[in-house]
Design a protein around this ligand. Structure first.
Ligand code: ZN
Length: 294
């Protein structure tokens, strides 16, 4: 019998304050959210409990400044044997920093995670998947083992149609073309999916378990590693906040208004399915177990 494929599950720890900032809420409300952030307080707790029920291991990509604000939640993640990666220090939006500023965001986040959990950061996910060759070069110079921000499929709002025809297996990127194989030592883990059908939490929550199972079973024929990401906001009843209609998010993320009950009705069977049909592993453990991409 063929070995079960690996699944690498991850969560972007985007806080509620960031979502408010993203939709253009007033600074006063953003500041209020930062002090008692429901997504980080309850989302992380609920997510850890769902992972435990399904015996899954995962990687959480955290904003460095939030690791400092919410040390207990991050200690709990590490204590359960999950990995914590960097999702920048301030989650700038748009994510277009100079190399120096990017380096600075990485250093501060690494320090926050090390101080809080004692663990050294090994991987990065770019805010809004906005990775570039320049950023990958900086990550490589700083000794990061992996990045997991490339969208080599068509994901409206995040990538263009031409991305649908790029390779989607794990690889070492070229320093001059991040979509091609090359000499960088760090490993890139592109998000899983078919050319026009991403296997991301946002899409899975919108289309449900039949979609997940269908894409999973097609990919399984060729792809031994699943890279699937959700957001930590998927694990709470979101506070009501009227999104500004001018913002594209209000069009693409209708499930924001979905109740926790409905979200869990999708997440739980997906987690159980992964638990039953895959070998659940963190990015770092995968690199240790399976070697790198070459
Ligand atoms: Zn994010």
């Amino acid at each position: 019998m063929a070995k079960k494929p690996y699944s690498i599950l991850s969560f972007d720890n985007d806080a509620w304050w960031f979502h408010l900032k993203y939709v253009g809420a007033p600074e006063k409300e953003i500041e209020k959210a930062r002090k008692k952030d429901v997504v980080l307080l309850d989302g992380i707790k609920n997510c850890l409990s769902e992972l435990e029920k399904s015996s899954l291991k995962a990687t959480f990509f955290s904003i460095g400044s939030d690791v400092e604000r919410y040390p207990e939640q991050h200690k709990a993640i590490a204590k359960e044997g999950h990995e914590i990666g960097s999702h920048s220090y301030t989650h700038p939006h748009p994510f277009s920093l100079s190399r120096e500023k990017f380096r600075d965001e990485l250093i501060k986040t690494e320090a926050a995670i090390k101080r809080t959990t004692g663990v050294k950061v090994k991987g990065f996910r770019a805010p809004s998947y906005q990775i570039s060759e320049a950023y990958l070069q900086v990550l490589g110079e700083m000794g990061y083992r992996y990045d997991t921000s490339v969208i080599s499929l068509f994901y409206p709002g995040y990538s263009s149609l031409k991305n649908a025809f790029l390779p989607r297996t794990i690889y070492h990127p070229s320093p001059t073309n991040m979509y091609r194989r090359g000499e960088l030592r760090l490993t890139e883990f592109p998000i899983s999916g078919l050319p026009l059908l991403p296997l991301t939490g946002t899409v899975i929550l919108n289309l449900g378990m039949p979609y997940f199972k269908a894409i999973f079973n097609i990919l399984r024929l060729t792809n031994p590693v699943f890279v699937i990401n959700f957001h930590i906001r998927d694990f709470i009843e979101l506070p009501s906040y009227r999104l500004q209609s001018a913002n594209r998010y209000s069009k693409t993320a209708n499930y924001w208004g979905t109740s926790l009950k409905k979200k869990l009705a999708v997440i739980r069977p997906v987690f159980d399915y992964l638990s039953k049909h895959t070998r659940s592993i963190t990015y770092s453990d995968y690199l240790d177990a399976a070697g790198d991409a070459s």
